[in-house]
Design a protein around this ligand. Structure first.
Ligand code: ADP
Length: 407
């Protein structure tokens, strides 16, 4: 194989993406004239491929399939098999096969987007793929297939989110607009003005909470919590969370009790951890009837990658139906939207908790029994077991084992 031919082959694959492959394919077709017939080369399939193609295909992200003039697969990447494009030495997707034949006939590059049924059960989300076909020399055809399923899913989630945010914002803004009209109409009735103004305040607070939670959510999604991570005392987080809900709890005669192991430390972003635990305690108070108890307790447990700290928030509240338990961590999902609205809920609290837990290398789980109560458990890596800074080692009491410093 000469160097020029190899360069031409490599460039042609790149050109497939940029639309210049047609020109390069011409050079291969010249080489192909001088080659022995395909059947004589069958045992060594790489010999049929223009030089360098094999290497380039192996580094491409797309699934690649090379077909010969009899539609037999001469080369296919493992991703092509995984996607179910190739079965029994044949290209298994009819529309792609037709496209390959057309391209072999007229040398035109073709592209199409297709939804393919999943292999096996035939159930579940279809595979969304983009397929591009180009001639590879005079006899071969190259098919590159990109799996767009994940990109499509993310796009759908984004669209849903924007639609949900718009809807959530519209409600308090619409209410404010109506209430301001009511105030103007009632300008000579001071009592009515006071009543409407009070309701305006409630709607304005709702709007502020929603915007604040959207900012929090965007922060926890965009910021890397471990960039400015530090050892954070669980006792302080618990005290802050209790403080945040003290007023609501008092008005409902709910007792809040902190317990468990003292002096635990988790590793992470202080404000994100405070927001997460605060949301769990706030929910426990909001979804509990009067004269009940909310307990918050931390303890150390062994995990597969070292010690973990578990912070459990337990309430004696309304509980969560089994069918909703999986979904409550989704953005804007509420079991009872009317009740959530009444408590000033935004439907974003648990989505924030879940994100904070995951980005700290932990998790949040829920146990619940309808009418009896719920326990949300936040599991986070322990500070001493992960890493430390000079400042931290000063603040760790002498009895704490020397923290392990990871590279
Ligand atoms: P919200 O702002 O509506 O409270 P969250 O994301 O914090 O939103 O919670 C989602 C939903 O999960 C709530 O609307 C509520 O239905 C349910 N939920 C959360 N925590 C509890 C709890 N401790 N007890 C009962 N239901 C809860």
């Amino acid at each position: 194989m000469d160097v020029n031919a190899a360069v031409a082959a490599v460039a042609a694959i790149a050109g497939l993406c940029t639309g210049v492959i047609a020109m390069l394919a011409f050079r291969w077709s010249e080489r192909d004239q001088a080659r022995p017939t395909r059947s004589s080369m069958r045992p060594d399939i790489n010999a049929v491929l223009p030089p360098g193609v094999d290497t380039v295909l192996s580094v491409l992200r797309s699934s690649a399939v090379v077909l010969d003039e009899a539609d037999a697969v001469v080369k296919a990447s493992s991703a092509a098999y995984a996607l179910g494009l190739v079965r029994g030495g044949k290209l298994a997707v009819e529309p792609m096969l037709h496209m390959a034949r057309d391209t072999r006939r007229d040398g035109e590059i073709r592209q199409v987007e297709l939804d393919l049924p999943r292999r096996g059960t035939g159930r579940g989300e279809a595979l969304a793929v983009s397929a591009r076909v180009a001639p590879l020399g005079s006899r071969l055809v190259l098919l590159l297939v990109e799996d767009l399923t994940e990109a499509r899913r993310i796009e759908a989630v984004r669209r849903d989110f924007v639609a949900n945010v718009s809807h959530e914002l519209k409600t308090p803004v619409g209410a404010l607009s109506l209430l301001s009209e009511a105030v103007m109409d009632a300008s000579d009735d001071p009592e009515a003005v006071m009543r409407f103004a009070g309701r305006m305040q409630i709607e304005a607070t709702r709007l502020t909470n929603l915007v604040q939670e959207l900012i929090d959510l965007s922060r926890v999604q965009n910021d890397d919590p471990l960039e400015d991570a530090e050892p954070v005392r669980v006792d302080t987080l618990v005290a802050e969370a209790i403080d945040r809900c003290r007023h609501t709890a008092q008005s409902k005669h709910i007792t809040m009790a902190a317990g468990g192991t003292a002096d635990l430390r988790v590793w992470g972003n202080r404000s994100q951890l405070a927001a997460a635990l605060g949301n769990l305690v706030e929910n426990a108070v909001n979804y509990s009837p009067a004269r009940t108890r909310v307990g918050i307790a931390g303890r150390r447990v062994s995990g597969p990658g070292g010690d973990l700290i578990e912070i459990a928030v337990t309430d004696q509240g309304i509980g969560i139906p089994e069918k909703d338990r999986e979904r409550i961590f989704e953005r804007f999902y509420r079991v009872d939207p009317a009740r959530s609205r009444a408590t000033g809920g935004t439907g974003l609290g648990l989505a924030i908790v879940k994100h904070v837990a995951a980005s700290h290398g932990g998790e949040v789980t829920v146990w619940s029994s309808e009418g009896q109560g719920s326990t949300f458990t936040l599991r986070l890596p322990e500070a001493a077991a992960t890493r430390t800074t000079a400042a931290d080692s000063e603040s760790v009491p002498a009895t704490t084992p020397a923290p392990e410093v990871l590279p």
